[in-house]
Design a protein. Structure first.
Length: 460
């Protein structure tokens, strides 16, 4: 008989039993569920709703069930619906009628909300440390490549020379923001809904704060309807995870491009590449591509839960059972991706010469030539127009800006002097951009130090 079977005259159809049961996936919450039940049982004992002896009995039974699940000794039942009722059923089978007192003053509605909060708390912490490792690797690579010149792009057309360090440090900023979002999600997530009951609280004098304290939570929810029907914390996590995946995907896209025969900026380590079943010469950046591809799954998880929640009247509705698979999928996907991207980056080989060569072509120093004129008093718009004409002339003749002679330059404007050539050298162009946030090695080096400090703060 079902734990809720009292008011039913007929049993559930087999088809429905299978359809609405969530044990196949929510068994993943067994630890959080039992932790929550232990805290609830202890509190029931300490406020006198049950006796201390009964509470201890429940706690002992729950602790043994936890150990047995961990040892793989338990088979869950589809008929017992979900992890909450599976645990309760096991408990009563093992310790007898006192097991039936565990659910006093509680509903699966507040129970599942608690379990998911506790689960995400651990997983967000784990995700944060994976993001931290990725940031550490990017910082290390940036230090190595402060003077690895490379072209910067807009519209994927060469724009201005920068360094690989500067490029990688852009990703450090993105991942630092991701850490900030995860940390912020934790703040709102870290409260206990237990005591909300089904939706209207309970008449039992429960000590909600005691439960929260035992579970390491900062406080309790302030409205019983909201307590059971809020999934903002899961949505915030999925939204943060989606943005994080978007960052990983952009990074991976660049690695795919850079490792192509056309760019040849980097080579992926063999350990992070795969071959073709037909083309013997192939070495493909599958890992980076797959991370890019998996981004769609996490966006899907976010969209699915947003859609589940959008039309729900207060308070709990069974639709909300659909929250867990999305959250689990996003947690697994994001952690697997983070785990693989970090060593893939750390082991890639950087071809400094190809990068530096790339930094030179395509008139990446044209802005600097215009700036040269502007610094000598030519209005920038006029300088831009003149340099545009010089670029046109040079590109028609297969030349770079540095290949024209001083007398050619002086025919175009008397303002040009010998020092123009040093002003348009690629290295000079980068080194001169000392502005905060700019690519000069000196500035990037400062940026690395500041980012390390930001990282420290975000980990607290
Ligand atoms: N398995 C359910 C879920 O995941 C637990 C809560 C069920 N509550 C209910 N009133 N049917 O949401």
């Amino acid at each position: 008989m079902k734990l809720w079977g009292g008011r039913f005259e007929k049993s559930t159809e087999g088809l429905v039993e299978d359809f609405h049961s969530s044990i196949r996936f929510d068994q993943r919450l067994y630890k959080q569920d039992i932790q929550g039940s232990i805290a609830h049982a202890r509190m029931l004992g300490s406020v006198g709703v049950i006796s201390e002896a009964e509470a201890n009995h429940l706690i002992k039974g729950l602790t043994e069930i936890l150990a047995d699940i961990q040892a793989g000794k338990i088979e869950f039942e589809i008929g017992a619906e979900d992890i909450h009722m599976n645990v309760e059923k096991l408990l009563t089978e093992r310790i007898g009628p006192v097991g039936k007192k565990l659910h006093t003053g509680r509903s699966r509605n507040d129970q599942v909300a608690l379990d998911l909060r506790l689960f995400l708390k651990t997983e967000i912490d784990q995700t944060k440390s994976l993001v931290e490792q990725l940031i550490q690797t990017l910082l290390y690579l940036s230090e190595e490549h402060l003077e690895t010149w490379m072209p910067g792009y807009t519209h994927l057309q060469k724009a201005q020379p920068i360094t690989l360090a500067h490029h990688l440090m852009a990703y450090v900023q993105m991942f630092l923001r991701d850490l900030g979002r995860l940390k912020d999600t934790l703040k709102r997530l870290n409260i206990s809904p237990l005591g909300s009951g089904a939706m209207a609280g309970t008449t039992f004098p429960l000590d909600r704060e005691q439960v929260a304290l035992e579970l390491g939570l900062d406080g309790v929810t302030l409205n019983s309807l909201d307590g059971v029907s809020d999934r903002d914390f899961a949505l915030e996590f999925l939204a943060s995870a989606s943005i994080l995946m978007m960052h990983l995907s952009r990074l991976c896209e660049e690695l795919v491009l850079w490792s192509s025969g056309e760019f040849q900026f980097i080579s992926m380590d063999d350990g992070y590449s795969t071959g073709s079943s037909i083309m013997p010469q192939k070495k493909n950046p599958d890992v980076a591509e797959l991370v890019r591809g998996k981004t769609g799954r996490v966006y899907g998880d976010l969209m699915a839960l947003l859609t589940v929640m959008k039309g729900l009247p207060l308070a709990y509705n069974k639709d909300m059972q659909e929250d867990k698979e999305q959250v689990f999928d996003a947690v697994d996907t994001i952690q697997k991706c983070l785990l693989v991207v970090e060593p893939m980056l750390r082991t890639m080989q950087v071809h400094r010469d190809t990068m530096a060569f790339g930094a030179k072509g395509g008139f990446t120093n044209a802005t600097d030539l215009a700036d040269y004129l502007a610094k000598k008093g030519v209005p920038f718009r006029e300088a831009h127009e003149l340099v545009g004409r010089i670029v046109l002339h040079c590109s028609k003749n297969g030349m770079g800006l540095e290949d024209l002679s001083l007398s050619d330059y002086q025919k175009l404007s008397p303002v040009f002097e010998e020092d123009l050539f040093s002003s348009i050298g690629i290295e000079f162009c980068v080194r001169a951009r000392k502005i905060t946030g700019g690519p000069s090695p000196e500035t990037v080096s400062k940026g690395i130090k500041m980012s390390r400090m930001l990282l420290e703060n975000l980990l607290w």
